[in-house]
Ligand binder design. Structure first.
Ligand code: ADP
Ligand code: MG
Length: 344
């Protein structure tokens, strides 16, 4: 029972760690609390301390973060070789669970912003992707789903020699694979798998190259529409049949018959609703996306980036074709066909 072990340990840590951390600076703020830069008087080094809000729900979820990260660090990556943040300690301070992490650098969203959101060179996209995948293979082996992979949760790490390095952080939404969730709406059991992290990873890889989110929708409908435009087709019928919210965005047109065609021309038992039809179902009218983003298919989007007619060198061309191929394996609607971290 992790919870019990952790609570018992916390009492001990509480007694020992009076005034151990001296707050120096603010690093980040989120739903779970704040992350502060501290001076650790025990180790004489800077650490990043995540101070969780002092409410039971957040406290409980943070206990999960601690136990999953402890398993990952100690059992699956004892030598710190797989690009996962190191947890140094945790303690309870005035009902705030505080988790001390090794101090890392900027997150990848900050890096993209620093670069005017124009995207990174392919060699960096490739290097970072490889490192994130390394972490994902370990997470897969541990049966841990991160559930919140995004540029803000990938941090630059002190680089080894001249190579740029990143680490995956924030296991605050993570859970164990194999836990089935019962949906009352559809009276069915759902089993989430690490495949959901692979979809997020695909979105991250594309965003690192383009500099902008791949599906910058203003509403869920808008996001879905962009997914279908970029990926060239709608999710397969089998998936739509199983999905919880299909009815909000698709009309079931019965068996497959002429006239019920998915955007890619393949016959389907589901028809994507038009914006007029959706208005009555979604309270918020879809707004125009925040960024300029051409509605192109994935291959054009990547190959023609930054969407002017400049000539590509031979290397650039090879790189981009490979990137398109890579993204297609990741951004596959069907989780069973989507690449695993090892495949990728
Ligand atoms: P939340 O669950 O609120 O998103 P995170 O763990 O993602 O919390 O931390 C929020 C932000 O704080 C991150 O996006 C990052 O910018 C910063 N941060 C978190 N951990 C570290 C760290 N170890 N070193 C440096 N900055 C960090
Ligand atoms: Mg975060």
């Amino acid at each position: 029972n992790w919870d019990l072990i952790l609570y018992v340990n916390l009492e001990l840590v509480n007694k020992m760690s009076n005034r151990r951390f001296i707050v120096k600076d603010m690093l980040g703020q989120g739903t779970f609390g704040q992350v502060v830069k501290c001076w650790d008087t025990e180790t004489n080094d800077y650490v990043a301390v995540k101070v969780i809000k002092n409410q039971p729900a957040f406290y409980h979820q943070a206990i999960m973060e601690v136990s999953l990260l402890r398993t990952l660090n100690q059992k699956f990556d004892p030598d710190d070789k797989h690009n996962i943040v190191r947890m140094l300690d945790y303690l309870s301070f005035q009902n705030h669970l505080c988790i001390a992490f090794e101090m890392l650098g900027q997150n990848l969203y900050e890096l993209l912003k620093r670069n005017q959101l124009r995207g990174l060179k392919v060699k960096y996209v490739r290097a970072f992707s490889k490192q994130i995948l390394d972490a994902m293979v370990v997470m897969r082996d541990a049966g841990i789903i991160h559930c919140d992979l995004k540029p803000e949760n990938i941090l630059l790490a002190p680089s080894v020699a001249t190579a740029a390095a990143v680490k995956v952080i924030d296991f605050g939404s993570a859970c164990l694979e194999g836990k089935t969730v019962y949906s009352y709406i559809q009276s069915r059991y759902y089993r989430y798998t690490t495949a959901i992290d692979m979809w997020s990873f695909g979105c991250i890889v594309a965003e690192l190259f383009i500099g902008l989110p791949l599906f910058p929708g203003a509403s869920e409908y808008d996001v879905l529409q962009r997914m279908m435009t970029i990926l060239g087709g709608q999710p397969p019928d089998d998936l739509l049949r199983e999905a919880k919210d299909t009815g909000r965005f698709f009309k079931h047109v019965g068996s497959i018959f002429p006239g019920s065609e998915a955007p890619d021309g393949i016959p389907s038992a589901y028809r994507f609703l038009s914006e007029e039809e959706i208005e009555t179902r979604e309270s918020k009218r879809p707004k125009v996306g925040k960024w300029y983003f051409p509605r192109l298919k994935l291959d054009r989007l990547i190959y023609n980036y930054p969407w002017n007619n400049s000539e590509l060198t031979e290397t650039e061309e090879t790189d981009r074709l490979a990137l398109v191929d890579f993204l297609k394996g990741l951004l596959e609607f069907d989780p069973n066909k989507r690449w695993s971290p090892v495949q990728a």
